[in-house]
Design a protein around this ligand. Sequence first.
Ligand SMILES: [Zn+2]
Length: 267
Amino acid sequence: MPIICPTCSYSRSWKVRRSKRKCKRCRHEFSSNIYPVKDIRSTIDDWQKCIHVFIRQRAILTISEETGIGHCRIASMVDILRQCMASDIPGRFNGPVELDETYIGGQRKNKCLHIRRIKAKRGHGTDKLPIMGVFDRSSKQVYIEVMPVKLSMYHLFRITNSKLIHGTLIITDGYKMYRGFKARGFKHEYVDHDGGEYVRGEIHTNNIEGFWGILKRKLGCIGGVRRNRLHLFVAEIVWNFNHKSLTYQQQEKLLLDLVIKFGGLIQ
Ligand SMILES: [Zn+2]
């Protein structure tokens, strides 16, 4: 492929310095490196090296050590990688699906005294960040949404209408907000945890509860995430969960394609 001048798009140029070329027609000096993502001066080779270590869930400093790229650039690359993972969401589920929510926030014993004095609420009344999750039993995929505000019917039906095929069987716990699915054209079954019922044949929410276990353990290892960046870390864990049947080589290739697609979007 000939290298084209960015100013006059002439195809003939010569090499001047390490990675610089000079156009034969307009004498403009330009870099022969191609950067897939604008504003980050990393070539495809750099991205490949970064993804190779990142996919094995290493810290930023470890990636920097193993690739020889500075840790500041690696930090912005890893941020882009997480945004790519967040943009790669599975298609509509055709169920049966399990739907549940959880709350992410620090432990109460670590908080200030004036917060600890207020009576604690567990579950739906808490001031932690709500996360809504859907697990599809046929494809074994998970779709997660982090809510910046308190859960409401509006959010719930926006997720079910956009992510589920009409008439899907939805299995939930006994929370009262979930009782409106039947009126909106979905089949609905629930297990009443308050009544001591957790499994009734095929009706249970154990798969999504198992995913909450994975999510919370992994977030605990990261050790402190800001509220406005939580969705990126959750997206990474969800992406790894949804692609766990692929080998590392296949995952690397997928992620590199996502980066090139992501760069094409913002340029
Ligand atoms: Zn030129």
